[in-house]
Design a protein around this ligand. Structure first.
Ligand SMILES: [Zn+2]
Length: 133
């Protein structure tokens, strides 16, 4: 590990997390629930004891424009898209870690005590030369 990273561990960690973000090539919102259900027929096997329930039904629920949208997935579809559902959770975890690393980086490199809004010294601004009247 280069010396600079050893002195600034939060910087290295932030870069490592950013690399993990690059691995996320797909994501799907919402949650997946697998259900087995009873139907309405009184003589159906799902009413037996022990019951033979219908399903599994794979319900994918998400919010779209403020409304809850449910869609059923086949087991094959779930197998195909499971990594994208996992990625959505992973993205949140990585984002939270990047936030922590960034906060630490800020605390390490900025001196405390400056009132909020104090501009960081930077390259001086070039004003257009004033013309004599
Ligand atoms: Zn039934």
């Amino acid at each position: 590990m280069p010396d600079m990273d050893a002195k600034r561990p939060w910087e290295a960690s932030r870069r490592g997390l950013a690399n993990q973000l690059a691995e996320i090539d797909g994501l799907l919102p919402g949650s997946v629930v697998v259900r087995r259900m009873r139907c309405g027929k009184p003589t159906c096997a799902c009413r037996d004891d022990p019951p033979s329930l219908h399903g599994p039904y794979i319900q994918w629920t998400r919010t779209l424009g403020g409304k809850t949208v449910t869609r059923y997935l086949s087991e094959d579809q779930l197998a195909r898209y499971q990594p994208w559902f996992d990625n959505a959770r992973r993205l949140k975890e990585i984002a939270a870690k990047i936030e922590i690393a960034s906060l630490h980086a800020l605390e390490q490199s900025e001196s405390p005590g400056n009132p909020p809004g104090t501009p960081t010294p930077s390259v001086p601004r070039h004003r257009p030369p004033l013309r004599d009247p």
